[in-house]
Ligand binder design. Structure first.
Ligand code: PMP
Length: 411
């Protein structure tokens, strides 16, 4: 078949670097820290299977019929209640079920951005959000980050200079760095959003997964006058294959998102929504989340211990209090993209950091996922990575940079 002529827009959307790397890193002989995969042993498979069977049994016709764009009412009510417990007061009508929080990012961009509008993002930021904004022909203004998240003290200047239409951030256990926005910065961000009337997209897929430190309120909970849209998902607490996420916002914003979703996919899978709602009637969700926290906390510790043991002086890394990732920066001007082919020879993989930057990439950093391997394999993988790094630093390897097109795309 002849290929179709693509839109100008498609020139702007870069193939996700990570999806491509994952093709290599998913080889069974590779110990991968590259993907953003939750631990499959934490999926409540039996409970989900039972809930699906009961759904077919008792409400099969309704579950297989078209349904409302807003989502299944009992599930929206459960989510509103859970959000309330996490500090964000919202009515069920303010909850829109989305096909993963990734769709939430897309819908928000669709309803808020015109071509040429500016989006403020953290540096580095979640790669697949950058892709969405590029697809809507937005430009970027970047704000740096440190171990306490976005440098909100730099934001006011950027708001004045760039007049953005949206500020996008992952305040809690960020992807890729694993860092968390400090409380004072959350308050300052919410205040700035209210004062400037600039919408903030708070993307929070990891907020439930805290294994140390004190809980922090969502930014959206801090300032009622701020136009904040909050996103979350069952991808990291139940299973990503369900493709159930949600957006919470002001009633009028949710209405606009609902219209945009109608055009995108009519509604999220009715079967999946009803089965999850049914399961949650009897499932001990808080206990389940506690088990995931314990599992990932142990894995984070295994990775931090291995890094301290194996990595050379001068390397630095973040110490996440939750989530799936940490961020390592290499000493001595080593380019993480050059380390990757050497690491693959050692049968270990990661994602080089450069694609996570909307502009001015720091090439010395890389993202490591710790949720998807048991502690003993984490120790072994970090040992191999340190060996690959030592080899690169001895400069006796003709290391070739890996082209963007062969790098992996990840969740
Ligand atoms: N936002 C961030 C920051 C993510 O890391 C991810 C998953 N990798 C998503 C959104 C999308 O998740 P989902 O669509 O599975 O809910």
């Amino acid at each position: 078949m002849r290929s179709a002529t693509l839109s100008r827009r498609m020139n702007r959307i870069k193939a996700s670097a990570i999806r491509e790397i994952l093709k290599v890193t998913e080889r069974p002989d590779i110990l991968s820290f590259a993907g953003g995969l939750p631990a499959p042993e934490a999926f409540p498979i039996a409970e989900l299977a039972r809930a699906h069977a009961e759904t077919f049994d008792r409400e099969g016709a309704a579950a297989l019929q078209y349904s409302t764009t807003e989502g299944f009412a009992p599930l929206r009510a459960w989510i509103a209640e859970r959000m309330r417990k996490r500090g964000l007061a919202a009515t069920p009508e303010q909850v829109l079920i989305t096909t993963g929080s990734q769709q939430g990012i897309d819908l928000v961009a669709k309803v808020l951005l015109d071509p040429g509008d500016v989006v403020v993002v953290e540096s580095p930021s979640y790669l697949a959000a950058l892709q969405v904004f590029e697809g809507y022909e937005a430009g970027f203004a970047t704000v740096g980050s440190d171990e306490h998240g976005m440098r909100v003290d730099q934001l006011e200047r950027v708001l004045r200079r760039s007049k953005p239409k949206l500020v996008y951030l992952v305040p809690t256990f960020q992807n890729p760095k694993g860092t968390t926005l400090a409380l004072e910065r959350r308050e300052q961000l919410a205040r700035l959003a209210a004062e400037h009337g600039v919408p903030v997209l708070e993307d929070d897929p990891y907020g439930e997964l805290r294994f140390s430190g004190a809980e922090l309120p969502p930014v959206a909970a801090l300032e009622r006058r701020a136009p904040i849209i909050y996103l979350s998902t069952f991808s990291k607490t139940l299973a990503p294959g369900l493709r159930i996420g949600w957006a919470v916002g002001a009633a009028e914003t949710v209405r606009a998102l609902t219209v945009a979703k109608q055009a995108a996919d009519l509604h999220t899978s009715s079967i999946a929504q009803r089965a999850v709602a049914r399961m949650l009637e009897s499932f001990d969700y808080p206990a389940h989340v506690s088990r995931i926290r314990a599992l990932y906390g142990e894995r984070r510790d295994a990775m931090l211990d291995a890094l301290a043991r194996e990595f050379p002086v001068g390397a630095t890394w973040t110490r996440p209090e939750g989530g799936l990732f940490l961020w390592v920066c290499l000493p001595g001007g080593v380019d993480a993209a050059q380390l990757l082919p050497q690491a693959l020879r050692e049968h270990v993989a990661f994602v080089p950091g450069a694609p996570f930057f909307a502009r001015a990439p720091d090439r010395s950093c890389l993202r490591l996922n710790f949720s998807n391997q048991p502690p003993e394999l984490i120790a072994e993988g970090i040992r191999r990575l340190a060996a690959a790094l030592a080899r690169i630093r001895q400069a006796d390897v003709a290391a070739e940079p890996v082209a963007r097109s062969v790098l992996p795309q990840t969740a």
